[in-house]
Design a binder for this molecule. Structure first.
Ligand SMILES: Cc1cc2nc3c(=O)[nH]c(=O)nc-3n(C[C@H](O)[C@H](O)[C@H](O)COP(=O)(O)OP(=O)(O)OC[C@H]3O[C@@H](n4cnc5c(N)ncnc54)[C@H](O)[C@@H]3O)c2cc1C
Length: 386
């Protein structure tokens, strides 16, 4: 139990869930925490090495079954995301994109051959995947995507481009979404296919311990069996996003917890006006409000996780979690920053890194505004998207 767990929410978890959480926490303590400030500063991360280590622990495609995947519960997967993101949101993104986006798309919509070809290698981290939906001119509105797929004899030709694609610079395979005559379709595209080029996006001020790329597709010729046969229409990529957003609902709590724990320790020892910062009423009001929000966020994540495990989780419910938990995690990171004063902006402490990371988390997998619109549509029956 952490000091942030005022309500003993730990007691809502079973032994196996607590055990998985401890294993991931130890891995993050050993392999991420000592290095992540440096990765962040340099904008580099040993993604392949990490993927293999995460694969050895069964964290890749953890909630999927078969093909070398661990087949864990949604709650256990959520707890793993929380611990990973307590290390860094970029590191959690590596795992989320691999498992919830790329592997899930192939697992749910791929042919048996595609599953056999990619999933066991992706589960061990030998192969890395990415998920290309966003384009330079189409982000929140993927239905307008410009990337095209057309048949040429038995083959497919893909033309267009994808932007802001996590893992792309190190990936072996991309799940690419393109508009075909039949509607939006998904393709498993090996990134060494002629006509594919990947450029790393540099100068990010957020998620710097994560590799992000742009994928150009210049009349890329693919065999007929590159098509994901089960994916028909935009609801296929959207269902993958629902999976990944569930991990984010939990993950954001990890970044917030790390900020809170760092701040509690700091405020207990830093003295001004002859007493620790933690002894000032204004500081305690901030700490109390943040701890209350964190607990509410955890209850929300756990409820959504239990719904997912019961097979009853609906997309707009995930929107509630993503909207709330990322927004509150970012508010917590910013508030913690104030308590650390000047040290709050230093890379010697994790707060500013988490806050900067959460700016990306707020935007990707549906911006806060888009989740408000999803919830608004459910409440009113009216779509305000267009
Ligand atoms: C670090 C990082 C990693 C990413 N990884 C991936 C990835 O792996 N794969 C992938 O496909 N994408 C990825 N993305 C892209 C991400 O999903 C998009 O950035 C996101 O969907 C928003 O699209 P946009 O940036 O084009 O913003 P826009 O869609 O241009 O939106 C800009 C602003 O306008 C608001 N807005 C848009 N439409 C409306 C509306 N109807 N009503 C009200 N407000 C609206 C938005 O909420 C936002 O505030 C990543 C992004 C980042 C930053």
């Amino acid at each position: 139990m952490t000091p942030v767990d005022l309500l003993d929410l730990d007691s809502l978890l079973d032994d196996e869930e607590r055990q998985i959480r401890s294993v991931v926490r130890r891995l993050v303590d050993d392999r991420v925490r000592p290095h992540v400030a440096d990765w962040y500063e340099r904008g580099q991360v040993p993604a392949r090495e990490l993927a293999r280590e995460f694969g050895r622990l069964g964290l890749l495609g953890m909630h999927l079954t078969g093909y070398g995947c661990a087949g864990s519960t949604a709650v256990a997967y959520g707890l793993a995301c929380l611990e990973l993101e307590a290390g860094d949101s970029g590191v959690r993104s590596l795992v989320s994109v691999q498992g919830s986006l790329a592997m899930y798309a192939i697992w749910r919509y791929g042919s048996e051959e595609q599953k056999q070809r990619w999933l066991p290698a992706m589960a061990t981290g030998e192969a890395i995947g990415c998920f290309g939906l966003t384009e330079p001119d189409h982000g929140s509105d993927p239905a307008s995507m410009a990337t095209r797929a057309r048949r040429d004899g038995d083959d497919w030709l893909l033309h267009g481009g994808k932007m802001w694609i996590t893992n792309a610079p190190v990936a072996d395979v991309a799940v690419i979404w393109a508009r075909a005559e039949e509607g939006v379709s998904g393709f498993a595209v090996p990134l060494d296919t002629p006509g594919v080029s990947v450029r790393e996006i540099r100068r990010k001020m957020s998620l710097r311990a994560s590799l992000t790329g742009e994928i150009a597709l210049d009349d890329v010729r693919l065999p007929a069996d590159a098509l994901l046969p089960g994916a028909a229409g935009l609801k296929a990529p959207l269902s993958c996003l629902t999976e990944a957003r569930h991990g984010i609902v939990w993950g954001a709590l990890g970044a917030a917890r790390d900020c809170l724990e760092t701040t509690l320790a700091y405020a207990g020892t830093r003295t001004q006006f002859g007493r620790p910062l933690a002894g000032f009423q204004l500081t305690q009001a901030k700490l109390a409000d943040m701890a209350v929000e964190w607990q509410k966020g955890f209850l929300l994540a756990l409820h959504l996780g239990r719904l997912a495990d019961a097979g009853r989780l609906r997309p707009e419910q995930v929107s509630v979690g993503k909207l709330n938990n990322v927004r509150e995690a970012l508010a917590i990171a910013r508030q913690c920053r104030t308590i650390l004063g000047a040290n709050g902006v230093s890379g010697e402490y994790p707060i500013m890194r988490h806050a900067n990371n959460l700016e990306s988390v707020l935007t990707y997998e549906g911006t806060s505004e888009i989740h408000q619109l999803v919830i608004g549509q459910r409440l009113t029956g009216l779509s305000a998207f267009a």
